[in-house]
Design a binder for this molecule. Sequence first.
Ligand SMILES: *Cc1c(COP(=O)(O)O)cnc(C)c1O
Length: 435
Amino acid sequence: MSPRGGFVSTRAKERTGPTFTFSEAALAGLAPDGGLFVPTPWPRLEDGTGPSWLGQSFPQFATVFLIPFFEGDPLEGAVGELCADAFDFEVPLRTLRPGLKVLELFHGPTAAFKDFGARFLARVLSQARQTLPGEPPIRVLVATSGDTGAAVAAAIHQVDGLEVGVLFPKGGVAPRQERQLTCWDGNVRSFAVRGTFDDCQAMTKQIFADRDWPASGRLTSANSINIGRLLPQAAYAAFAAARYAAEVGAPPDLLIPSGNLGDAVAAFWARHLGFPIGRIVLVTNANTVVPDWYRTGRWDPRRSVRTLANAMDVGDPSNMERLLALYPERPALLDGSDAVSVSDATIEQSIARVDREWGYVVCPHTATALHVAMDRSAPHQIVYATAHPAKFDEIVEPIIGRSVPVPPALAELLGRPTRVTEVEASAGAVKRVWP
Ligand SMILES: *Cc1c(COP(=O)(O)O)cnc(C)c1O
């Protein structure tokens, strides 16, 4: 008998022991032992370079990609509908020059790649709750360095049976990001924390560990520790690589602006599943914990520093645990990947240079990875464009000397009234104001 497919904790011995289905793992957020859920055994997908993957829209592709992960799950039959509903926007792969393409991941409602995972997860949670009769609302807690919170809030706002609390570092996000985080009412609460993103992340971890809140009902996390966000991100890594390889005849390297390593882990998973991906290059801002580990082998998490690419201001990336679970041997990981850090000064130069060479405007996060791509001699590269530049107008516009048109969905959010509660950086402070 083959073991049931599902998810286990990164901390489970030999990756055995209790297996969770997709929706159980999404509802739990974190594994009971404090680890992160990873797929086991890995489902066998059809050859990633094979014809069955081509000619499909992203929602169709994502459906075929994700269904094997729902084996034995009550939502197995709903995956197609979930994908069609969650991914109802474009995922263009744009050519800057031969051998260098940009995967635009910012065409969702809050204009960053976080919309993919947040919208899919919100639908999984909402449907999973309907299979739990008489269940009180599910409370979703999310710490954000800028973009996650807005995507999760937008995805859950006015969804029956779910409520969400968003923790963000006060003063640590861009002005338009802050507006997007605070323009909600009803079932969405926004908390401006007097601290850093790492404080916000530590607060959510502590609240989960306490297990005494909320008084009734379930709590889950919508951070990229949640498997329901990561797998859709693996789907677009596979989608882009399969399309590139079919068109150009070679596997592309993926260059990924990285913070908490959600996109990075998802790309490693797509490659592990057999999709045609060359090297994976993790590009960080001045928060260098990952590049330092690549260089020295020493894992030395530290407080994050603020940079222009603020959604990547992470000093202790949670998803490193998943990367190490996939590659217990460091040399094997280094063999097919790199990690590079880019300074704020370079981010500014990169925004200017990309505009000068191609008339293409990028956000500060995308600028990190594009800088690295422009200076590598690799023949086949895809750079993730992680957010729309209009979200970072105060940084981008002075550099390019003109204004960036705001996409309509973003303009609508920016026009709404705001509501926010300021709290000190402690778990107790949140529990008090949101009992
Ligand atoms: C979240 C985010 C990142 C970093 O992604 P991780 O998955 O946390 O590594 C990069 N760019 C933008 C615009 C983001 O919102």
